[in-house]
Design a protein around this ligand. Structure first.
Ligand code: BYC
Length: 477
């Protein structure tokens, strides 16, 4: 294991792939299937573009990336694990204190494979969801960013496929093939988790997705980075360094849309959403409805509030809590409880449940704290121009399909509604066909003149890798 990536091999890696011929051959067999998937389902019509991308050259925190023009099919997808920690132990659950596993422990083979497959499935799904967006990009800068996100999601798929091939034998190879066969939104063979089958029809949806849903990626990867199965922990640690850029793209993308809208509203002294739309920017209530949608489908990704799977993952030492080793408790959790909410007799009530089975809820709560901070930053753009409107996170139970709130109707301010009340109001709370049609009407073509930005979004403060905003981030040759 080295920190420098070997680019001499057909599959770049820092895991000495060349020394394991069988594994190398298996991955070289999967590689053309992956490329086939990329050509079919990766960014549309992008094959010949030269894109100013960063590529990992080392897994060390400093200087791991080089920036250069790359045609995306030539991107060096590969296998990079963070360096091992000498003497690392399992830090939680019934195996706490034992040496971390370098190989898959037999008794946890099945749940571990399930976790890796579920994680792996999300990566190609997001690329599929974003496939068509290049045709309506707001600028070259934004186009380059979505492509960077896409190639890195492709690499995250490689990360999980390496673990499946290396540690799970024939089952692993079959799962790796199935990861290329499922399709986002396909009625017969959909992606595993709900949010990854929702369309991402426009750039507002893309930025919301990278803010909300990629951040689920951060929290899940951080929990898996605590795993007692050391190869999973190390690959997730490196993936987290890439994830940060995706969330930056989402937070600044929504922030720039909010900023542009707020500036246009203030300059023209208007607050009526129809008048705002007439000026070619996205009105704040529409942004709020998109937020409500993406936030709620992402909350579902954390799984049921009370989950025996979550208890098994933790007790077994497979998946920890967020920042597990920084928490001060026994890391076994058999004696403690955690608060979960539920609907009883038409009322929202809170009750205590065993801590071990409520780990999904706990991770969801950790996530909510971080998301709130981002929404507060968006609101500063609106406060800055003196408008009274504020974006808010809806109640945790709003529009949920998984867990204790599934099957109930909860308003954004946390009231339990009847089905009729819900149906009467849902258009005010979730994007309607008219909203989507309006947003898409703003995004009918792409803006690709260097330094130019479409009307509905403010330019970013700085360019990529200290390049100016009018840098030619993508060349169409
Ligand atoms: N939709 O006890 P339950 C990312 C299933 S995002 C559909 O409630 P559990 C990224 C569940 O699979 C991070 N099904 O939950 C972001 C289970 O099915 P099986 C992805 C759902 O198992 C942007 C059943 O319901 N990584 O990286 O405790 C771009 C009962 O499960 C959903 C991970 O999620 C849903 N929303 O926890 C690119 C980490 N929720 O197994 C990438 C790995 C639950 O009985 N996965 N189900 O057939 C996990 O840790 C867990 O599988 C979950 C669910 C947290 C997802």
């Amino acid at each position: 294991m080295t920190s420098t990536v070997n680019y001499g091999d057909r599959i770049p890696n820092n895991v000495d792939l060349g020394r394991d011929r069988v594994l190398q051959r298996a991955l070289e067999h999967w590689q053309p299937q992956y490329m086939g998937w990329w050509y079919d389902m990766g960014p549309a019509e992008s094959r010949s573009y030269d894109v100013y991308l960063r590529t990992a050259i080392s897994v060390e925190p400093e200087g791991w990336a080089v920036f250069d023009y790359v045609k995306m099919p030539d991107y060096r997808w590969g296998i990079f694990l963070a360096p091992p920690e000498a003497g690392r132990q399992i830090n939680f659950g019934v195996n706490k204190g034992r040496a971390a596993w370098a190989d898959v422990p037999g008794e946890y083979r099945s749940p571990l494979r399930r976790l890796i497959v579920t994680q792996g499935d999300t990566e190609p799904a997001s690329v599929e969801q974003q496939r068509m967006l290049g045709a309506s990009c707001p600028s070259l800068y934004d186009l380059r960013n979505i492509y960077q996100v896409n190639v890195e999601e492709g690499r995250h798929l490689w990360a999980m496929v390496y673990l499946l091939h290396r540690y799970f034998g024939r089952d692993g190879r079959e799962e790796a093939e199935a990861l290329l066969e499922r399709r986002s939104g396909d009625a017969d063979n959909p992606r595993i988790l709900g949010a990854f089958n929702e369309p991402t029809p426009d750039w507002l949806a893309f930025y919301m997705f990278t803010f909300f849903t990629d951040r689920d990626g951060k929290f899940q990867l951080a929990s898996l980075a605590e795993s007692g199965f050391d190869p999973l922990a190390r690959t997730c640690r490196f993936m987290l360094t890439e994830e940060a850029h995706h969330m930056f793209v989402g937070e600044t993308g929504v922030g720039r849309i909010v900023q542009r809208t707020a500036d246009v509203m203030a300059a023209n002294k208007i607050e009526n959403p129809d008048q705002v739309r007439d000026l070619g920017v996205i009105d704040l209530p529409t942004i709020q409805r998109y937020l409500n949608f993406h936030y709620s489908v992402t909350l579902d990704l954390f799984g049921s509030d009370v989950s025996s799977n979550a208890a098994t993952f933790f007790a077994g030492g497979l998946k920890g809590r967020y920042h597990e080793t920084m928490l001060e408790d026994d890391h076994v959790l058999t004696e403690t409880t955690y608060a979960v909410s539920e609907v009883t007799n038409g009322q929202l009530v809170e009750r205590q449940a065993p801590a071990l089975s409520t780990l999904n809820e706990r991770l969801r709560d950790d996530y909510i704290g971080e998301v709130q901070a981002g929404v507060d930053r968006w609101n500063r753009h609106i406060e800055h121009v003196g408008l009274p409107f504020r974006l808010v996170l809806p109640h945790k139970g709003f529009h949920r399909a998984i867990g204790n709130f599934a099957g109930h109707h909860i308003s954004p301010d946390g009231r339990v509604l009847t089905e009729d009340e819900w149906n009467a109001r849902r258009r005010a709370w979730l994007p309607s066909e008219k909203d989507y049609a309006f947003v898409q009407s703003l995004m009918s073509g792409r803006v690709v003149e260097p330094g130019k930005f479409v009307n509905w979004i403010a330019p970013p403060r700085t360019g990529i890798n200290r390049k100016p905003l009018d840098f030619e981030y993508v060349r169409f040759s």
